[in-house]
Design a protein around this ligand. Structure first.
Ligand code: HEC
Ligand code: HEC
Ligand code: HEC
Ligand code: HEC
Ligand code: HEC
Length: 457
């Protein structure tokens, strides 16, 4: 048997070399073969419209998303190691991150008893990610729950077809490109649950022991509401919008009714975001105070808003201005102030940027996770990834058809000049503190804005 000299050095006795060993790249993967049936472009030659929708979607471009790579490898936007991310906490380990991001490669390697390092797989271009052939080559998806914990991810929940047939919802006739198997399971939310449900493994052996929280709960959130009849659509019915009239499914094929877009629209789509919520605002004057009441309701999502991901948030920011444009001071209680995760500025200097809204009037909708205190500083940690988390810190996501009411009080200036109220609801994909540290630019995506002038005669 051949011995790997580097592996031999990496025995525990050589503790000083540990950092070096962690930096040894994991095994290289065979590059994915361009033009093979696994390549979405291969399918796209005939399914041109679908390919276009898919390649512009977030799921179709997951492997080009630098955030995924950086969060796994614990590097920042400049490519430097910063420790913030999976391999910062678990150096050299693969974890289960690759499962949902490069599923085909993982299922192949898993069969051979090997793990996949997501960073290495992305660098090697070893997989096409959430590809056509992956989704349309699945024979069966199950939702597995043991006690209170799920077993999640394709390795635990998916069986591949393997026959070379393409599975479809039953819209096509015959294809010169491939045999077809009709499979109604593609239309179920369970199909999407394989990735949109993520039970962290938990790392009982590490010092900061993660307990394995349900870091992505979208499918469960949906299921509870669907079973009660509160939500009536499946994931596909909202996220793969029905196309109007009759559509060509493949070039030259007969036009058919009932085709759905492969756009997987969600929180990156301005119209989807806007139509998901309503925002009402009323004002009244009580003595020398202005009382503003807001009512926000999730009227369009089949789960909480934000839909998932422990780092996402929706923020309501409320400002009241006098006739000269000065901000009125807030006199209400602290329920009307934004959570520190809305941004508290530079932790060293306290200097605030324009997106640091923590402590300002507004409301914060999110489901952040809490990890054990930082061993160096003893500080509790909120708003980072789920892999070390021990619990959900709080859940203020907007539940469908459950209005959220906020009340805010402001001190009115003397005199009778009108004041102006501006209520702004935005979607923020990462906490501003984390984003600044990583060098990520966070756009605040508009959801709803209401402004009103209050006369005082
Ligand atoms: C069970 C499936 C699954 C596993 C395992 C998984 N992910 Fe994900 N990941 C997802 C899904 C689904 C999303 C979409 C996020 C959402 O729900 O909003 C996502 C999103 C992300 C994003 C956000 C990208 C962005 O632009 O905001 C990052 C970063 C990420 N994953 C990294 C990781 C890392 C690192 C690991 C391992 C610790 C991991 N993922 C494990 C399914 C998974
Ligand atoms: C995330 C999984 C997923 C990916 C990736 C995916 N599809 Fe689909 N596809 C579906 C689902 C689900 C349906 C069924 C939609 C329905 O009718 O409810 C579908 C339907 C179809 C249909 C039937 C026609 C229609 O519009 O309903 C065709 C053809 C198709 N997909 C081709 C492709 C091609 C080509 C790609 C890659 C460019 C692709 N798909 C990528 C999940 C996926
Ligand atoms: C040579 C052209 C060609 C190629 C390449 C091709 N397809 Fe198709 N596909 C078709 C045609 C034609 C149909 C039937 C359309 C119809 O009858 O409306 C079809 C039908 C389908 C259907 C619908 C089946 C059903 O009844 O619901 C799916 C799903 C699908 N293809 C997926 C794929 C995937 C995934 C790939 C890549 C692995 C691919 N196709 C490659 C031509 C092609
Ligand atoms: C193999 C894993 C996998 C499967 C299967 C899967 N997804 Fe995803 N999905 C992801 C990942 C990973 C992301 C995050 C991509 C990113 O941000 O880079 C994502 C992102 C999304 C988004 C977010 C879009 C946005 O704008 O933020 C939506 C919506 C979505 N998926 C819907 C679906 C639906 C509907 C299905 C079932 C038909 C499905 N997904 C099946 C892994 C998967
Ligand atoms: C009734 C329509 C509806 C249904 C059903 C629905 N969604 Fe959504 N989803 C939305 C809307 C609207 C948004 C945008 C608001 C938000 O981010 O929560 C969204 C957002 C998302 C996002 C992006 C989350 C984020 O904050 O980045 C993902 C991922 C997602 N949905 C997945 C799913 C999955 C998986 C299912 C099925 C288990 C599902 N959705 C069912 C309407 C729906």
């Amino acid at each position: 048997m051949k011995r790997n000299p580097i592996a031999a050095l990496c025995r525990p006795a050589f503790l000083l070399l540990l950092a070096f060993c962690a930096a040894i790249p994991a095994r290289a993967y065979d590059p994915a073969v361009a033009g093979s049936a696994d390549d979405p472009q291969y399918c796209g030659a005939c399914h041109q419209r679908i390919y276009k929708e898919y390649s512009q979607s977030v799921m179709g471009s997951d492997l080009q998303n630098p955030i995924v790579y950086q969060f796994f490898t614990a590097t920042n936007a400049r490519g430097e190691k910063d420790g913030m991310g999976y391999q910062g906490f678990f150096p050299g380990q693969a974890g289960d991150c690759a499962q949902c991001h490069v599923p085909r490669l993982v299922l192949k390697e898993h069969k051979a008893g090997r793990e996949v390092d997501l960073g290495q797989a992305i660098r090697d271009k070893a997989d096409f990610g959430i590809s056509c052939n992956y989704c349309h080559g699945i024979e069966k998806t199950v939702v597995k729950k043991e006690g209170t914990r799920y077993k999640t991810g394709p390795v635990n929940t998916v069986t591949l077809d393997g026959s070379g047939s393409v599975r479809g919802p039953g819209k096509g006739g015959k294809s010169p490109g491939h045999p077809i198997k009709v499979d109604p399971a593609l239309r179920t939310s369970e199909f999407c649950s394989q990735c949109h449900l993520n039970q962290e493994e938990g790392h009982a052996k590490t010092r900061n022991e993660g307990r394995g929280v349900l870091a992505i709960s979208t499918y469960e959130d949906w299921k509870l509401l669907y079973d009660k009849g509160i939500v009536r659509q499946t994931c596909q019915e909202c996220h793969m919008p029905l196309l109007p009239g009759r559509q060509e499914i493949a070039v030259g094929a007969p036009k058919r009714h009932g085709a759905r877009a492969h756009s997987f629209v969600g929180a990156h789509d301005p119209a989807t975001l806007r139509d998901s919520v309503s925002l009402d605002l009323t004002t009244r004057i009580v003595g020398d105070e202005l009382v503003v009441t807001t009512v926000i309701e999730n009227i369009g999502a089949g789960h909480g808003i934000p839909g998932s991901g422990p780092i996402r948030a929706a923020l309501l920011k409320l400002d009241v201005f006098d006739a000269d444009g000065n901000v009125l001071s807030y006199t209400g209680d602290k329920n009307g102030l934004l959570h520190p995760l809305a941004g508290m500025g530079n932790p060293q200097t306290g200097q605030r940027g324009p997106q640091d809204w923590g402590g300002m009037p507004g409301r914060f909708y999110a489901k952040p996770l809490q990890s054990p205190p930082d061993p160096k500083t003893g500080q509790p940690r909120l708003g980072v990834g789920g892999f070390q988390a021990e619990k959900v810190a709080f859940d203020t996501t907007l539940k469908p058809f459950t209005p959220d009411r906020g009340e805010f009080r402001f001190k009115l200036p003397p005199g009778k000049t009108p004041v102006k109220v501006v209520a702004r609801l935005v979607y923020r994909w990462a906490p501003i503190g984390l984003a600044t540290a990583k060098g990520w630019k966070v756009d605040d995506r508009p959801m709803r804005v209401v402004s009103r002038t209050v006369e005082r005669s």
